[in-house]
Design a protein around this ligand. Structure first.
Ligand code: 6PG
Length: 231
């Protein structure tokens, strides 16, 4: 069952999620000497990244991966790595070699998916065990780029998969097995438009994505997104 922490507003939820992520990262570095963190894109993480950049995190021991990435030119504002660079990485001392962007510029998305799985396994072992993943939630209940009805959402034999076109872009995404294997799953969900999807996630229904809301998962939400939850 996913643990839900409700904050008064989106800023407070982002700050609470950043504090928790920093705690998880520090714990991993203390225990294992390193931390493999994968982060999502979209708009909600902007505040999270800005809060995380203020906290005491041993970035030299952290490897940053992407949960998903849209097919768009380098530097395009639609690229999740652009948001990540602008709001977090340009403010912290992460070694350049510790950032692992999804290779969406490759001619074949299938080859790009295979390449990224290899990178994950080089850093996190095989099968790849991320220490922490940050997840958002779409109004339609998707997370990462695992959209309802997209074949990538049902992939069980790979950690990375290409998707169809969603919200105007094809994407590359970590799959349910890869996300489920992570030691910690930290959701940040804000806004009343996300209330129905959050309710379904907490209830544990909503297809394969719901499997990501189980043990080891915590959701930092604002009161607007939590409006449908029994509290
Ligand atoms: C993406 C994200 C995606 C995001 C949700 C919510 O690339 O779009 O990884 O999974 O978390 O779509 O997006 P917002 O935070 O913008 O509402």
């Amino acid at each position: 069952m996913i643990r839900v922490e409700v904050a008064g507003d989106a800023s407070a939820a982002a700050a609470a999620a950043a504090d928790h992520l920093a705690e998880v990262v520090n714990g991993a570095v203390t225990t294992r000497g390193t931390c493999a963190l994968a982060v999502s894109g979209g708009t909600t993480p902007v505040r999270l990244f800005e809060e995380l950049a203020k906290l005491d995190v041993p970035w030299s021991a952290v490897h940053v991966f992407q949960v998903d990435e849209r097919l768009a030119p380098d530097g395009h504002p639609d690229r999740n790595v652009t948001v990540l660079r602008d709001h977090l990485l340009s403010h912290v001392a992460l070694p350049a070699t510790n950032l692992h962007p999804m290779p969406v510029g490759m001619p074949s998305l299938d080859a790009a998916a295979a390449r990224y799985q290899r990178v994950l396994e080089e850093v996190c072992g095989s099968p790849a065990g991320l220490d922490a993943v940050h997840l958002g939630l779409g109004r339609d209940g998707h997370t990462a780029s695992l959209f309802p009805g997209d074949p990538a959402t049902d992939v069980t034999d790979a950690d990375v998969a290409p998707t169809g076109e969603h919200e105007g872009r094809q994407r590359l995404t970590l799959t349910v097995p890869a996300l489920q294997r992570a030691r910690a799953r930290v959701w940040l969900v804000t806004g009343d438009d996300k209330a129905p999807a959050l309710e379904a996630l907490v209830r544990g229904d909503g297809g394969p994505v719901a499997r990501l809301g189980g043990e080891g998962a915590v959701a930092f939400v604002d009161s607007a997104a939590a409006s449908g939850l029994d509290r």
